[in-house]
Design a protein around this ligand. Structure first.
Ligand SMILES: C=C(O[C@H]1C=CC=C(C(=O)O)[C@@H]1O)C(=O)O
Length: 454
C-alpha cells in the first residue's frame, strides 16, 4: 500500500456536499485477510454482516455494517430501480489506486412471495438491499470503505483504515465447538405427504402441470450456534453458492447450486435446474443414478417445463435466447440434477428488478402455470418460505448483478434452525419418494450444523 500517494489523492479531492457518502476504494493484495478473521474482528456488528460467494467464485464478498438500505414492503420494479439509482447517486467515489477490477455492490434479496409472514421472518423485509460500511472483495483483494461525508476527516481516515486492517490481519480466530443439539424433528411430515397426494390429484398435463411443495425441519440447540463455526462449515461444500446473511437477530444461510441469473454487460446467463437423483458416492451406483436421471420420463418432463418457462419469461426482454435442447447433469456433493444452461442478449434498457420480477419464481421452486402454482403454495403450504427459494444476490451500479435461487437453506435464530427443502410435484409423483428427496435436500444444511439426519 502506497500510503503517501493515497494521502496525496485525499489531499487533492474536494468533498461534494451534494453527496451523502464517500467511498474509498483501495487494494488489500498483500494482506492476510479472510472471512473468518473479518467476522471475528467485527463481532460487534453481529446482525449487520453478510458473506456472498458465487458458485464459480467470480464474487467473494464480505459486507460489514449496513449503512443504508433499499427496503420495501411491496415489490415494485420501477420504485426499486429508482431507489437503487438514488442510493448509488448519493455516493462520491474515490479510487486510491487505478486499475483495480472491482465494484461497489448492494447485497440483499426479496422474500419468496408476499404471504403474510409468521414471526420467524420478521427480521427480513419483503425486499431489502444493503450498502455496507466495509465491503471486502476477497476475490480481487479490494476494500470499499464507505463513510458519511459530513463525518469524514480526510487527514485521519487513511490511518484509521490501515490500523483496522492490521488488527484484522492479526486477529486470532477462536471457534466454538459444534452446536449441541437438543431436539431435531420434521415439521408436519404426514400433513406434507397428504398435501403432496392432494396436489397429485389436482395436477394434470395441461391447466396445472407442476407445483413445488416445501417442508421444514426444526433443530434446537442448547445454546446459540457460533457464527464462526457456521462460516467454517460453509466452506466444506464446493461447487455451490455460499450465502451467510445476518439481519438483526436472524441469520439466513444457503448452499444453493442454483443461479437465478447473472448479467454482465448486455448478456444474461441463467439455467434450468430440475429433476433430481441422490448421489451415493458409490461409483457404480452413481453411474446408474445419472443415467436414470437422463432417461427418466418424469424427471425429464419436470425439467423441460422449467426450461420452457424460463425461455418464455425471457422473450419480452431478449431477441436472442440460446440453450442446448438436451439437459446435462449437475453434480453436487449429495445430489444430481438435470441442468440446462440458458443465455440471452438483453434488449436495451432492461432493468434488473424487471428481470427478477419476470423470472422469479422459476418452476423449479414455484410451478406451472406460475400464477396458479404461487397461489397454491400461498394457500396450501405449511408456514412461510421467507427467503427460502427466493432471489438473493448482489447488484452493481449499472445492471450487472448475480442472483441465487436460495434453496438448500435455513434460518438460524437464537437457539434454533429451521431447514427448508422442496421438490417438484407433477401428475404421477409419489409422496413417499418426494419425502425422501426432500430429506436428501436437507443434507447440505445438516452438514453445516454437523447434525445427522435420522
Ligand atoms: C426446491 C428445491 O429444489 C429444486 C431444485 C432442483 C431440483 C428440484 C427437483 O428435482 O424437485 C427442485 O425443483 C429444494 O432444494 O428445496
Amino acid at each position: 500500500m502506497n500510503l503517501e500517494a493515497y494521502q496525496t489523492i485525499l489531499d487533492d479531492i474536494s468533498l461534494n456536499s451534494d453527496k451523502t457518502y464517500l467511498t474509498l476504494q483501495l487494494p488489500i493484495f498483500d494482506m492476510e485477510i479472510d472471512e473468518k478473521k473479518l467476522f471475528s474482528h467485527f463481532e460487534s456488528e453481529l446482525g449487520n454482516r453478510y458473506w456472498f460467494r458465487s458458485k464459480d467464485e467470480t464474487y467473494n464478498i464480505v459486507g460489514i455494517g449496513y449503512l443504508e438500505s433499499i427496503r420495501r414492503d411491496k415489490y415494485s420494479a420501477s420504485s426499486l430501480s429508482r431507489e437503487k439509482d438514488e442510493l448509488y447517486d448519493k455516493i462520491q467515489k474515490v479510487k486510491l489506486e487505478e486499475g483495480i477490477l472491482s465494484r461497489l455492490s448492494l447485497f440483499g434479496g426479496t422474500r419468496f412471495d408476499s404471504k403474510d409472514t409468521t414471526d420467524e421472518w420478521n427480521d427480513f423485509a419483503m425486499v431489502e438491499f444493503h450498502l455496507p460500511k466495509w465491503q471486502f472483495d476477497l476475490k480481487n483483494r479490494v476494500l470499499f470503505y464507505t463513510v458519511s461525508i459530513s463525518e469524514v476527516n480526510l487527514q485521519t481516515v487513511l490511518a484509521y483504515i490501515v490500523e483496522e486492517l492490521k488488527t484484522i490481519e492479526n486477529t486470532e480466530v477462536l471457534i466454538d465447538g459444534k452446536p449441541v443439539i437438543n431436539m431435531e424433528k420434521d415439521l408436519f411430515p404426514n400433513e406434507w405427504k397428504a398435501l403432496v397426494d392432494q396436489a397429485v390429484d389436482v395436477l394434470d398435463e395441461t391447466d396445472f402441470r407442476k407445483v413445488v411443495l416445501a417442508r421444514q425441519r426444526l433443530i434446537t440447540f442448547k445454546s446459540p450456534a457460533d457464527p464462526l463455526f457456521l462460516l467454517e462449515r460453509l466452506d466444506n461444500e464446493k461447487g455451490t453458492y455460499t450465502i451467510y446473511y445476518e439481519k438483526n437477530k436472524s441469520t439466513f444461510i444457503s448452499k444453493s447450486p442454483e443461479k437465478l441469473f447473472d448479467v454482465k454487460e448486455d448478456k444474461l446467463r441463467t439455467n434450468a435446474i430440475a429433476g433430481s437423483a441422490e448421489r451415493t458416492h458409490d461409483e457404480g451406483q452413481d453411474e446408474h443414478q445419472k443415467s436414470f436421471l437422463l432417461n427418466d420420463e418424469k424427471n425429464r418432463y419436470e425439467h423441460e417445463l422449467v426450461r420452457e418457462s424460463i425461455v418464455s419469461d425471457l422473450e419480452p426482454y431478449s431477441d436472442w435466447v440460446e440453450y442446448d435442447p438436451k439437459p446435462g447433469i449437475l453434480e453436487n456433493k449429495y445430489i444430481y440434477h438435470l441442468h440446462t444452461a440458458i443465455k440471452a442478449t438483453l434488449n436495451n434498457g432492461t432493468g434488473v428488478f424487471e428481470l427478477l420480477d419476470a423470472i422469479h419464481p422459476t418452476p423449479a421452486v414455484g410451478g406451472l402455470p406460475k400464477k396458479k402454482a404461487r397461489e397454491y403454495i400461498m394457500n396450501e403450504e405449511y408456514g412461510t418460505r421467507g427467503l427460502y427459494a427466493a432471489p438473493v444476490g448482489i447488484i452493481h451500479e449499472d445492471n450487472e448483478c448475480e442472483f441465487v435461487v436460495s434453496i438448500r437453506s435455513m434460518l438460524v435464530r437464537a437457539n434454533s434452525a429451521t431447514l427448508f427443502a422442496g421438490c417438484g410435484i407433477v401428475k404421477g409423483s409419489s409422496s413417499e419418494k418426494e419425502f425422501k428427496e426432500t430429506q436428501v435436500k436437507f443434507t447440505p444444511m445438516l452438514n453445516v450444523l454437523e447434525a445427522n439426519s435420522e
